[in-house]
Design a protein around this ligand. Structure first.
Ligand code: FAD
Length: 355
C-alpha cells in the first residue's frame, strides 16, 4: 500500500507529557504501543509515531489518502494545542500536503427536496455542485456544515499553517454534525441523507433535517469511514446507525453472512432491507423508552451465538456510553479482539455532539 507522509515538531516545556497525553487519549480509538520515549500508533487508515526529541514534541504520520492525511494532521495539531494549553504555538508540517490551504474534501450542496421515510426519519436530497463521484466512492459518512443564516454568503473553513482546520466564527459560525450518505445518484448529482427526528431542545442537525427547504445551502466535508472486508458480519445500532447499516447491507456482495440488531422505537420505524448477502435482520423495539436507555443492543449481543472471530467483523453504532459498555462486554465476555470490532458513539445523551 502507498502512503502519504507528513511530519512536524514543536518546542514545548514538557514534550514527554504531550506524548503521554496522546497515548492516553487515543488508546481508545487505535492500537498504540510504547517504544522507549515514543508511542507508535496503528489504524486501518495509516500509522505514525509521537515522540519527544531534544525538547520538542515530534509527530510523524503516514496515511492512505490525501483526505485522511489532512484530517489526521488537523487532529494532531488541535490536540497539541489542547494538551499543551498554548494557543500561540506556531508549527509547520513538512511532506505531503504541506502547502494545502483549501479543504480538498469540502463540497457545497443545495437542498432539492425532503420527505419522511417513516414518522421519525426524514430524507433530505441534496444536489452537489461538483465532485459527486468522490462523495459517492470515498467513504460512508460526511460532516455537514449548517449555515446560521441562509441569507448570508457562507464562509467555508480552510486549513491553517499548523494543519488545524479554521472554522468560521461569530455570526458566520456553522454547526457541524456527522451523517451517513445513505444513497446517491451520480447521474443526477444528488445524495440522500436520512435524519432521525429525535427529542431534544438545541439540536441543529435534527432541526436542519426537519426544516430543510429546496434551495437551502449546506456544506459537506468528507467522506470517511469504510466497512473492512470480512466473511461474517454482525451489526448492532440504533436509528442513527440505521442509514449506515442499510447502506452497508445494500452494498454487501453475495456470499457474505450478515446478522443485524437494529433498535428503533416501534414497528412504524422499520425500513425495507435489501442485500445480496445472507441477512438475518432483527428489529428491536424500545416501545416508548428513551433512546440510549433500553439496553436492547447489549442484551442481543450478549446472547448472540458467538462462534470464534475468524473472518468476523462487528460494527456497533449507538449512544456513546452504551457503545462503551458494549465494547467492554464484547471484549470481556464474548472474547472478541479489538481488531475485529468497530464500536462508535453516534451521539451523546444529554449533550450537544458538536463534531
Ligand atoms: C459516523 C456517524 C454517522 C451518523 N449518521 C447519522 C445519520 O445518518 N442519521 C442521523 O440521524 N444521525 C446520524 N448520526 C448521529 C448524529 O450525528 C447525532 O445524533 C447528532 O448528535 C445529531 O445532532 P443534533 O444537532 O440533532 O443534536 P445534538 O445537538 O447533538 O444534541 C441535542 C440533544 O439531542 C440529543 N440527541 C442527539 N441525538 C439523539 C438521538 N439520536 N436520539 C435521542 N436524542 C438525541 C442529545 O442527547 C442532546 O440532548 C451519525 C453519527 C456518526 C458519528
Amino acid at each position: 500500500m502507498t502512503f502519504l507522509s507528513a511530519k512536524t515538531s514543536v518546542a514545548l516545556p514538557d514534550p514527554h507529557a504531550i506524548v503521554a497525553a496522546f497515548h492516553e487519549h487515543f488508546a481508545e480509538y487505535m492500537t498504540m504501543t510504547r517504544d522507549g520515549e515514543a508511542v507508535h500508533f496503528e489504524a486501518d487508515y495509516g500509522n505514525g509515531t509521537f515522540g519527544a526529541e531534544d525538547g520538542r514534541f515530534a509527530a510523524r504520520i503516514n496515511c492512505v489518502s490525501e483526505n485522511i492525511l489532512l484530517s489526521v494532521k488537523a487532529m494532531v495539531a488541535e490536540h497539541i494545542v489542547e494538551f499543551s494549553g498554548d494557543t500561540s504555538l506556531d508549527f509547520r508540517w513538512e511532506g505531503d500536503g504541506a502547502e494545502l490551504r483549501e479543504l480538498p474534501n469540502l463540497f457545497s450542496g443545495r437542498v432539492v427536496r425532503a420527505y419522511n421515510l417513516t414518522p421519525k426519519m426524514r430524507r433530505v436530497v441534496i444536489a452537489i455542485d461538483e465532485g459527486i463521484e468522490r462523495l459517492m466512492s470515498g467513504g460512508l459518512h460526511v460532516r455537514i456544515l449548517i449555515l446560521p443564516d441562509q441569507a448570508r454568503a457562507p464562509v467555508w473553513p480552510h486549513v491553517s499553517k499548523t494543519g488545524a482546520i479554521v472554522w468560521a466564527q461569530g455570526e458566520d459560525e456553522q454547526a457541524r454534525r456527522v451523517y451517513t450518505i445513505r444513497s446517491g445518484d451520480i447521474k443526477r448529482g444528488e445524495i440522500n441523507l436520512d435524519f432521525v427526528m429525535h427529542e431534544g431542545d438545541d439540536m441543529p442537525g435534527a432541526h436542519f433535517g426537519a426544516t430543510a427547504a429546496a434551495g437551502d445551502i449546506v456544506g459537506i466535508v468528507g467522506p470517511g469511514g469504510e466497512l473492512p472486508d470480512a466473511e461474517d458480519y454482525v451489526f448492532a445500532g440504533d436509528e442513527t446507525a440505521l442509514p449506515v447499516m442499510l447502506r452497508m447491507a445494500a452494498e454487501m456482495p453475495a456470499g457474505k453472512k450478515l446478522t443485524v440488531y437494529a433498535e428503533i422505537d416501534n414497528e412504524n420505524e422499520r425500513q425495507e432491507v435489501s442485500s445480496k448477502a445472507q441477512v438475518t435482520w432483527n428489529w428491536l423495539y424500545r416501545d416508548g423508552k428513551a433512546a440510549g436507555t433500553a439496553g436492547l443492543l447489549q442484551q442481543s449481543l450478549r446472547s448472540h451465538g458467538w462462534n470464534g472471530h475468524e473472518g468476523l467483523h462487528v460494527f456497533v453504532g449507538c449512544e456513546k456510553s452504551e457503545a462503551r459498555i458494549i465494547k467492554k462486554m464484547l471484549g470481556d465476555e464474548a472474547g472478541l479482539p479489538k481488531t475485529c470490532l468497530h464500536t462508535a458513539g453516534y451521539w451523546v445523551r444529554g449533550a450537544n455532539d458538536d463534531h
